[in-house]
Design a protein around this ligand. Structure first.
Ligand SMILES: NC(=O)C1=CN([C@@H]2O[C@H](COP(=O)(O)OP(=O)(O)OC[C@H]3O[C@@H](n4cnc5c(N)ncnc54)[C@H](OP(=O)(O)O)[C@@H]3O)[C@@H](O)[C@H]2O)C=CC1
Ligand SMILES: O=C(O)[C@@H]1CCC=N1
Length: 282
């Protein structure tokens, strides 16, 4: 279904790369059909072209003229300037996907000034290996076919769920930012290896496989996380000694605060960068 679509990525950073590299690796879209642009970093475009064979250009007109799907992938702060620079080359026949945290479909439609269908998408960088958990939320002018195309595209880089736009702030904290918290935890575990005097390579492999196995078990059981970790713990044993440290430091409270703060920040971004001036609302 999506093989013949031409995709234009406006923004050439880590998220754009994760999505298009995933699409290319999964052989869902060929590099000839992927166009990538940014404002100024030509070296970055050159690197992406060399690595993936994608089409790059600093001309928005060139990039957008052929695009069926436009993927907005700049930082939220850049949305106004970005749409100003692409608006005249976009049309209502193109499907607009936005991966920007906190920027509403309503605001994007307002900036575009026409009725192109806009879908908000919250992926994560695991798209690069086909394992993103991506959440989508349709804006006003989106029909079932637009949603099917969006899903079909994003299913190529992981699982896709649909939510109401009001839920995207919470989802962003988990699906979008979540991987960073996991990597932070893994970094902490890696940092223990020197003190444990364990071979670094072996230790890192054991940690990653242990995490993979823990996720596999959690997914395959009906037990709660608590039941599963209590199965690991023996009275007076090693696990208990470690868990006591986590409990004393209120580790779960910290994690909860972390997720809630990320969701709150998404709401703040909406207020700061995605507010339609009152005078234009009829
Ligand atoms: N990284 C992640 O894990 C996730 C990110 N997101 C969202 O993805 C978006 C991008 O994040 P990320 O990839 O990390 O950011 P990066 O900073 O890595 O990339 C941003 C890119 O946008 C380009 N850019 C900025 N302004 C414009 C413009 N006006 N026109 C064209 N290109 C522009 C930048 O290049 P130049 O400066 O040369 O223009 C750069 O290539 C954000 O909005 C974020 O909320 C969503 C989910 C996960
Ligand atoms: O940090 C951010 O704001 C973006 C959104 C989700 C992941 N990265």
């Amino acid at each position: 279904m999506i093989q013949n679509y031409k995709l234009a990525f406006i923004g050439a950073g880590s998220m754009a790369e994760a999505i298009f590299s995933g699409l290319i690796n999964q052989k869902k879209v060929s590099p000839e059909n992927i166009y990538v642009t940014n404002r100024q970093d030509e070296e970055r475009l050159h690197v992406l072209q060399k690595k993936y064979g994608v089409q790059v250009s600093s001309s928005n007109e060139q990039i957008l003229a052929k695009a069926d799907i436009v993927i907005l992938a700049m930082k939220p702060t850049g949305i106004k300037q970005a749409i100003q620079s692409i608006r005249s080359y976009t049309s209502e026949n193109q499907l607009i996907l936005s991966v920007l945290a906190g920027i509403t479909t309503e605001y994007i439609s307002y900036l575009l000034g026409h009725k192109a269908p806009v879908v908000r998408v919250m992926p994560n960088t695991s798209a690069a290996v086909g394992s993103s958990v991506t959440v989508i939320s349709p804006g006003e002018h989106v029909n079932d076919n637009h949603l099917k195309v969006t899903e079909s595209l994003l299913k190529a880089v992981g699982i896709v769920k649909q939510v109401k736009e009001k839920d995207l702030d919470s989802v962003t904290a988990i699906a979008g930012s979540g991987p960073a918290y996991m990597y932070y935890l893994v970094e902490g575990m890696f940092n223990s290896l020197d003190e444990l005097q364990l071979d670094r390579k072996l230790g890192e492999e054991l940690i990653l496989e242990m995490i993979q196995g823990s996720v596999d078990l959690l997914k395959s059981t009906n037990q709660t996380p608590k039941e599963v970790y209590l199965n690991v713990k023996s009275p007076g044993g090693t696990t208990e000694a470690g868990l006591n440290v986590l409990e004393n430091q209120q580790f779960q409270e910290i994690i909860k605060d972390c997720i809630i703060k990320a969701a709150e920040r998404s709401k703040e971004i909406t207020k700061e960068m995605s507010t339609i001036p009152k005078s234009t609302i009829t």
